[in-house]
Ligand binder design. Structure first.
Ligand code: GLU
Length: 448
């Protein structure tokens, strides 16, 4: 198929489903690039149609008692995109900008992620529209329990398995599991495996907290040699110093890489070891001390071991790797034009707009796609679920070893598809994920 007939077919699928074309809509951006891969693969049209919309979109409204005695009504989402490979799987986000299209886009990416590394799981995502930092711990607990109860049997260890995401953590997963266990006569102790990313003492897995960062480092082990780069000498900058960003920073620093700059919602900082001309004169930001600072203060701004930096200078910094590990759509055309890195490593889901991606392609900057780079989280979630269901506890070394095996498989598939279809790495990752999904659809057929 030629490029233009591809585009026509793709818009045909979206038209048939009633989409009104909006290039700034994150769901349309994501599904468009997945369908582009589907067309290169000549995926049957009925599979393109099926994958272009989630199977289920659940919206719940529920009241929560606030500390001041008032009740507030919250809106929660769970989007179940696809379960041809196994139970729906994906994070629960607490963030003020959670919206249906956001959650839909992230659910598609989960389907692609689990398929790329061949996990027996589908894709889902959910969340609540709330700023979790603006409410108290007690309010968060009541909100989590009421949201979980509202989801009822739409989640379950064999149905749909949530996990942490932006704004949620192991404690919230513990409350979700406990609520689930307590709200159904058929929910026995096995109900604990309804969520992953739980605390270690309550069914969690060794290595889950660092898993996304660890997976990213394993991805770099596979991808950097092909690009002629080596981890121990390189420099990097990071957007976000939450779970993914801070673990990525720490683990890369352990391998000898220099973290030169970090940006988050509180501002940007640069290593004091940076010379007046912006050159790296050795060392980098102390990744562990910065994690402690962020824990205490809520952001990177004001960290004593670094200097403040303007946002424009942050993007324009000369580094080997630029790692967006925060929210979606942060790198648009303007930011992509500013970047002075060799490789963009997508720690976050969909951190770049398609327009930003085009600019990077034109400038010859390689992009390592999110569904490979951040697959470590869901992979170790899968290992936690396996441990819960077999009542076993694996050592961190065992978890890391199996995680690496899945990452190696994913990276190999991406390389093979990129070579065979002569395409960029994101398209290659989608092609490989779709090949796996379509093989199962062909075997199972469409019910009835
Ligand atoms: N929220 C993470 C992600 O976006 C982890 C999902 C999971 O463990 O199910 O990949």
């Amino acid at each position: 198929m030629t490029n233009s007939s591809c585009a026509l077919n793709r818009y045909g699928v979206l038209n048939e489903l009633g989409f009104r074309y909006d290039p700034s809509n994150i769901y349309q951006q994501v599904i468009d690039s997945v369908l582009r891969a589907g067309e290169i693969l000549e995926l049957p049209r009925h599979l393109q149609l099926i994958l272009a919309q989630p199977k289920n979109e659940l919206i719940v409204h529920f009241p929560v008692l606030m500390d001041n005695g008032d009740y507030r009504l919250f809106k929660g989402y769970r989007v179940q995109h696809n379960n041809i490979l196994g139970p729906y799987k994906g994070g629960m986000r607490f963030h003020q900008e959670v919206s249906l299209d956001h959650v839909k886009a992230l659910a598609v990416l989960m389907t692609m992620k689990t398929s790329l590394v061949r996990l027996p799981l589908g894709g889902a995502k959910g969340g609540v529209q709330v700023d979790p930092h603006a409410i108290s711990l007690d309010e968060r607990r009541r909100l989590t329990r009421r949201f979980t109860a509202a989801l009822g049997n739409n989640i379950g260890p064999d149905i749909d398995i949530p996990a942490p995401d932006v704004g949620t953590n192991a404690q919230i997963m513990a409350w979700m599991a406990d609520t689930y266990i307590n709200t159904g006569p058929e929910h026995d102790w096995e109900g604990m495996s309804v969520v992953t990313g739980k605390p270690l003492a309550f069914g969690g897995s060794h290595g889950r907290e660092k898993a996304t960062g660890q997976g990213l480092v394993y991805v770099l082990d596979e991808m950097l040699p092909v690009l002629g780069m080596s981890m121990d000498t390189m420099s990097f900058s990071l957007i976000g110093y939450g779970n993914v960003g801070s673990w990525t920073g720490r683990l890369l620093a352990e391998r000898g890489a220099h973290m030169r700059a970090v940006m988050d919602h509180t501002g940007a900082i640069i290593a004091t070891s940076t010379g007046t001309q912006g050159e790296n004169v050795g060392g980098g930001i102390d990744t562990i001390a910065l994690a402690e600072h962020v824990q205490k203060t809520g952001g990177v701004a004001g960290f004593a071991g670094a200097e403040a930096l303007s946002i424009d200078d942050f993007y324009a910094l000369d580094v080997d790797l630029f790692i967006p590990a925060a929210l979606e759509q942060m790198v648009d055309e303007k930011r992509a034009a500013q970047l002075q890195c060799k490789v963009v490593v997508e720690g976050a889901n969909a951190p770049m707009t398609p327009q930003g991606e085009q600019v990077l392609f034109q400038r010859g900057i390689t992009v390592l796609p999110a569904i490979l780079c951040n697959v470590g989280g869901v992979t170790v979630s899968y290992l936690e679920w396996q441990q819960n269901r077999t009542a076993t506890t694996w050592s961190e070394a065992d978890v890391d070893r199996v995680l690496r095996e899945h990452v190696v498989v994913g990276a190999k598939h991406v390389h093979e598809a990129a070579k065979k279809y002569d395409c960029d790495l994101r398209t290659a990752a989608y092609i490989s994920a779709l090949q796996n999904i379509s093989a199962v659809y062909m075997l199972r057929g469409i019910f009835p």
